[in-house]
Design a binder for this molecule. Structure first.
Ligand code: XMP
Length: 326
């Protein structure tokens, strides 16, 4: 597939001007490809699908139908941000599906990490397929494929991502950022006016919080995970660490430990802080976080998150520990 090869003389898109030129060129290309027809896009709220959505809205407006599936494993405020940015600000044609109960019911009692991933990925495809089946006159499927996807996996977007879509869907693909590297996609996203918090988002696994709520997912631990993760992100942002640490999040294991709360013994969950720096996610180091930040996160988590009585900082580099706990 020669049009899947980045031309040797293609300039790196690293300025607003180059991004504007790229956008103008792609808008024309997409219009020529799509004509009056409709395009479907699974919009996760991740950098790639968000940038593709914004680009296509510019090119074809309401001919783009975005489907955002909330699998109940999103971080705090993420689905709300997708709705706010795309439906309210960009006036997109956005179908929002809250499939939380479907996913959590299927995952109930499932402990094994790869089975959890399979269930989440499989159900995502089912929900998306169902929504696509309700729509009429869709000819094209847009995807946030980027150049590393092509280099690493024969052009299949997100091989181990929940974003993978049914292979038997009979659509022609629209992939406007498929020759771009991640940093270029971010520059294009900014030029399209997407919020920095969306465009500069740290990597977030397709199965979302599902692989950070260890073992069999329960709603109480998932809530503790979401709240503690939000606190961590808030404190990292306040301390100016958000763009200095590559990936950071919390993990809630499926064992409890003893604590004392209001003069009584408590038997509650620990929260583990994971923060890593890496270039390619193959190896990773653990940053020496400022003690004050760790203390603030700890005291806020203990005060604000029900069911948690202990906070730990994971010092394990990769190898031997992977970045995620599952
Ligand atoms: P590990 O845990 O393997 O993670 O050191 C390396 C990077 O990959 C991300 N990751 C995933 N991303 N689906 C994804 O889309 C997954 O199932 C998955 N598992 C890990 C992880 O967040 C880290 O950035």
């Amino acid at each position: 597939m020669e049009n899947n090869v980045r031309p040797a003389d293609m300039r790196r898109i690293n300025t607003a001007e180059l991004a504007e030129a790229f956008i103008a060129e792609q808008v024309e290309k997409v219009r020529a490809q799509v004509g009056e027809k409709k395009v479907l896009l699974a919009l996760s709220g991740g950098v790639d699908s968000s940038v593709v959505a914004a680009l296509l809205i510019k090119a074809i407006g309401k001919q783009l139908v975005c489907v955002h599936v909330n699998h109940g494993l999103m971080r705090k405020g993420e689905s709300e941000q997708v709705i706010e940015v795309f439906r309210n600000q960009l006036d997109a044609n956005l179908i929002y599906v809250d499939a939380t109960d479907r996913f959590l019911d299927l995952l109930a009692g499932v402990e094994e990490p790869e089975r959890k991933r399979k269930i989440i990925g499989g159900e995502f495809i089912k929900v998306f397929d169902e929504e696509a089946g309700k729509l009429e006159g869709i000819t094209f499927l847009a995807q946030g494929t980027i150049y590393p996807d092509i280099l690493e996996s024969d052009g299949v977007k997100a091989h181990h991502n929940v974003g993978g879509l049914p292979e038997d869907m009979q659509f022609e693909l629209v992939e406007p950022v498929k020759l771009l590297f991640k940093d270029e996609v971010r520059v294009v996203g900014k030029a399209l006016g997407l919020p920095v918090s969306m465009v500069e988002r740290q990597p977030f696994p397709g199965p979302g919080l599902g692989v950070r709520c260890l073992g069999a997912i329960t709603r109480d631990r998932l809530a503790a995970l979401r709240e503690s993760d939000a606190i961590l992100r808030e404190e990292f942002a306040k301390a100016g660490l958000a763009d200095k640490v590559w990936q950071f999040f919390t993990v809630v294991p499926d064992f409890r430990s003893t604590g004392v709360r209001d003069g009584r013994r408590a038997f509650d969950w620990p929260v583990i802080i994971r923060a890593v720096n890496t270039v390619d996610a193959m190896t990773a180091t653990v940053p020496q976080l400022p003690w004050a930040v760790l203390e603030t996160v700890t005291s806020r988590v203990l005060a604000e998150v029900p069911g948690v009585c202990r906070v730990l900082y994971d010092l394990t580099p990769k190898p031997i520990g992977t970045i995620e706990w599952e």
